[in-house]
Design a protein around this ligand. Structure first.
Ligand code: FES
Length: 73
């Protein structure tokens, strides 16, 4: 199954699908273990204390995301 990334309203990026095909690495190139996970939520507000994962902090800071995605580039 293809990996799907859902930009939730004013919240995280939900990533679901066959995550065994997804390689998640930090800024130093170290792999982030997501083995056994079928869905993960990535922070896009910048406030999470468990980056790159969402810890719900977007709710306490009142994060507001764009309603629509911009074109790449
Ligand atoms: S999106 Fe949830 S803590 Fe940042």
């Amino acid at each position: 199954m293809a990996i799907k990334m859902l930009f939730t309203p004013n919240g995280s990026i939900a990533v679901a699908g066959d995550l065994s095909e997804l390689k998640l690495v930090d800024s130093t190139g170290q792999p982030i273990d997501i083995s056994g996970e079928t869905k993960i939520w990535l922070c896009r507000c910048g406030a999470s204390k468990t980056k790159p994962f969402c810890d719900g902090s977007h709710e306490t800071i009142g994060f507001r995301a764009a309603d629509k995605a911009a074109a790449p580039g």
